[in-house]
Design a protein around this ligand. Structure first.
Ligand code: PLP
Length: 264
């Protein structure tokens, strides 16, 4: 034996946008998957020109190109879990949702709307498609407070509003909703519920400003843990621990906001 791995690790697919700066999107997803011991695969929906200062532009791929990537990966390799991120346009959301409706693997949907810099990563017209077609395919959906408002109209001002927000998100069809309350005043708290059980995840606030890629990393970590056989509450707990470590070690890059770190 030469010590190399000869068994196939669990496979996880990300369907998302590329971040040329390497901090978020597909690049963060694949780093997270490597760190958590699964085989990462990528279907690229859009390419962003991006750095630490923001998103300078983006170009979505033709739906045939996205469909062909999905067919290639799922038709041969298969996936034990799938994560979706930036899907950019109504037609791409529709293309991806159609394929996901036919797969049995758990799906983690990060309903990416805008970046931390305020750059839009989803056409406004696609919000309806996300609600009607994509969310019903989700095992877990991971909106932040801004995305909750965009999807449901519910405005969360403090922790007491989280259950109402989660209920409104669950009404759109995902099995579980993880509402990310990281921007609430006080200690950050996330609420996970499937409508019957409720879990709250608290963390200390870190004053590190280098947090680019946090949302992508969390959703990919949840997908990776699901592929490793954990149930949803266990997967979210371990994914939160992973992201907390990655944020603690986030580092300066360029002249703006640096990325979370995966090399630990
Ligand atoms: N770029 C891409 C391709 C993304 O998918 C995302 C978020 O999902 C971002 C940028 C935004 O990352 P952040 O808000 O962490 O800066």
């Amino acid at each position: 034996m030469d010590g190399r791995m000869t068994t196939t690790p669990p496979r996880v697919l990300t369907i998302a946008g590329s971040d040329s700066g390497g901090g978020a999107g597909i690049q963060a997803d694949l780093k997270t998957m490597l760190a958590l011991g699964v085989h990462g695969m990528s279907v690229i929906a859009a390419v962003t020109a991006q750095n630490s200062l923001g998103v300078q532009g983006y170009w979505e791929l033709p739906p045939e190109a996205v469909r062909a990537q999905l067919d290639s990966v799922l038709g041969d390799i298969g996936a034990q879990a799938i994560k979706t991120g930036m899907l950019a346009s109504p037609v791409l959301v529709e293309t991806v949702a159609e394929v996901l409706a036919g797969v049995s693997a758990p799906v983690v949907v990060d309903p990416v709307g805008v970046s931390k810099h305020g750059d839009s990563l989803l056409e406004p017209a696609a919000v309806t498609t996300v609600k009607s077609l994509l969310l019903p395919t989700a095992t877990v959906v991971t909106p932040n407070l801004w995305e909750v408002e965009q999807l449901t109209g519910v405005k969360v001002e403090d922790e007491d509003d989280l259950p109402r927000a989660a209920e409104a998100v669950l009404a759109l069809g995902p099995r579980w909703a993880l509402i990310k309350g990281g921007h609430l005043p006080g200690e950050p708290v996330d609420l996970l519920t499937d409508g019957t059980s409720e879990h709250r995840f608290r963390a200390e606030r870190h004053d590190n400003r280098h947090t680019h890629g946090t949302g992508c990393t969390l959703a990919s970590a949840i997908a990776s843990c699901l592929a490793l056989g954990e149930d949803v509450p266990e997967a979210v707990l371990r994914a939160k621990e992973y992201v907390t470590g990655a944020i603690e070690r986030g580092f300066p890059l360029g002249s703006g906001i640096g990325p979370v770190d995966h090399a630990w």
